[in-house]
Design a protein around this ligand. Structure first.
Ligand code: HEM
Length: 115
């Protein structure tokens, strides 16, 4: 698969990830129980972000030790993987918005400027 196809998959799966966060915050804010379907959307999208990200690293011949921007993105990926626990325990839209914009913004900034 080409770098462009990996990037397309990467960006579409990021849309699905953010969508899953919105679903979860709305659901838990209304007192909803743990939702398997939303967790599956989150799980699949975060996994495809990782696979497509590594696909791009391979196409760009970026190997270990990774440059800082890739390490930043990997750390953000870990945070966005675990943040659903926070959304379930503290379903607050503002916390959700700030954390998604902060961490998502950091990953996007790193991807564009490679710093
Ligand atoms: C371990 C996790 C990740 C890896 C290995 C990874 C890797 C990459 C790579 C190699 C690129 C191509 C950069 C370029 O074309 O110069 C890229 C692009 C991108 N990544 Fe990731 N990524 C990861 C997670 C994320 C996350 C969590 C987000 C946002 C929430 C994200 C957002 C983006 C965006 C927006 C681009 C496109 C930037 C552009 O077109 O210039 N990535 N990623």
């Amino acid at each position: 698969m080409s770098l462009e196809i990996y990037k397309l998959i990467h960006l579409i799966s990021i849309l699905a990830l953010i969508f899953s966060f919105g679903l979860m915050i709305g659901h838990y804010k209304n007192g909803g129980e743990k939702n398997k379907q939303y967790n599956i959307i989150h799980g699949i999208s975060i996994t495809i972000i990782l696979i497509s990200g590594f696909g791009m690293l391979a196409r760009m011949s970026i190997h270990w030790p990774w440059p800082t921007w890739v390490i930043i993105k990997a750390l953000v990926w870990i945070v966005l993987g675990g943040i659903i626990v926070l959304f379930r325990k503290k379903p607050n839209s503002l916390i959700g918005l700030i954390s998604i914009l902060l961490f998502g913004g950091l990953a996007i900034f790193s991807a564009i400027y490679h710093i």
